[in-house]
Design a protein around this ligand. Structure first.
Ligand code: SF4
Ligand code: ZN
Length: 275
């Protein structure tokens, strides 16, 4: 229903599914594989980004690979190490050494992963990237943007992103209206093997506090998450009107699209290199 409502997919799309090896992304892969069987001109490819978190991501990537093999889906694995020369563990070590605490490890990981995913999607010639962001993730991001004082960012975080640059692959979020507990249930019912341990760095993120808050609200006032999501859907058109659309240039360091002179990922890498 969400896919049709937001017109997320076309009969001849080549969709790169971002598969971390967790329950949400594997549930998405299974559902999209089922849909894709009815569209002979469409194709799927799974992309896993290995951030390089020792004792955590390795198992997740193995789970992703096993499930792709079972479904007969091409699987492309890329890593932070090959793209940036650092693993996420290296990033955290450097942040600790340099006593950098303004941004959490997840803030770096998110920016670096987004860039790696976009480049990998282009390399496999996908015209869309599907991510398994659930209703829980979406509502957390909304509150996170507000708490960071960046409410206008909400305009960009749409279920189907606008095409703003030929090198930025369009992103879709087919689970954006599905509560996480339902994607979990689907994974268990389908007996999908997934990585169930949390990332060791997750607890440091402000997102974790927001998750606990939203879960408590949902428990006491059922429907809270959906109400937050719907409220934003209502006001997004108004926000879009006041957000000036900036032309994207090529990053002076890596050539990827950015609205600054140097892209966020290159800025972070530059900062890490001197720590
Ligand atoms: Fe990266 Fe944070 Fe996710 Fe760990 S929890 S994989 S550090 S974004
Ligand atoms: Zn760059």
């Amino acid at each position: 229903m969400t896919i049709a409502k937001y017109n997320m997919m076309k009969y001849n799309d080549r969709i790169a599914v971002a598969v971390s090896g967790g329950k949400d992304s594997l549930s998405l892969l299974y559902i999209l594989a089922k849909i894709e069987r009815n569209f002979p001109k469409a194709s799927l490819v799974a992309i896993s980004v290995d951030e390089g978190v020792r004792g955590y991501r390795g198992k997740a990537i193995r789970m992703a690979a096993e499930n792709c093999k079972k479904l007969g889906i091409e699987h492309c694995i890329v890593s932070f190490k090959e793209f940036y020369g650092y693993t996420q563990d290296d990033v955290v070590r450097r942040l600790k050494k340099g006593d950098k605490t303004e941004l959490t490890p997840c803030a770096y990981c998110g920016v670096l992963r987004r860039k790696a995913l976009n480049i990998a999607a282009r390399e496999v010639r996908a015209n869309k990237v599907a991510t398994a962001h659930t209703l829980d993730d979406e509502t957390q991001t909304i509150l996170l943007n507000i708490l960071h004082g960046d409410p206008l960012r909400i305009a960009r975080e749409k279920p189907l992103t606008d095409v703003v640059h030929p090198d930025l692959v369009q992103r879709i979020k087919p689970f954006c209206e599905i509560p996480e507990r339902e994607t979990t249930l689907y994974a268990y019912i389908k007996k999908i093997k997934f990585q169930d341990a949390p990332c060791p760095y997750a607890s440091q993120a402000i997102r974790n506090d927001i998750r606990l808050f939203l879960n408590r609200m949902e428990y006491r006032h059922a429907g809270t998450k959906f109400t937050v999501f719907k409220s934003i859907e209502k006001i997004r058109p108004a926000i879009e009107k006041i957000v000036t659309r900036v032309e994207l240039n090529k990053c002076s360091e890596c050539g990827e699209p950015t609205n600054e002179r140097t892209c966020k990922a290159c800025q972070m890498l530059q900062q890490l290199s001197v720590l």
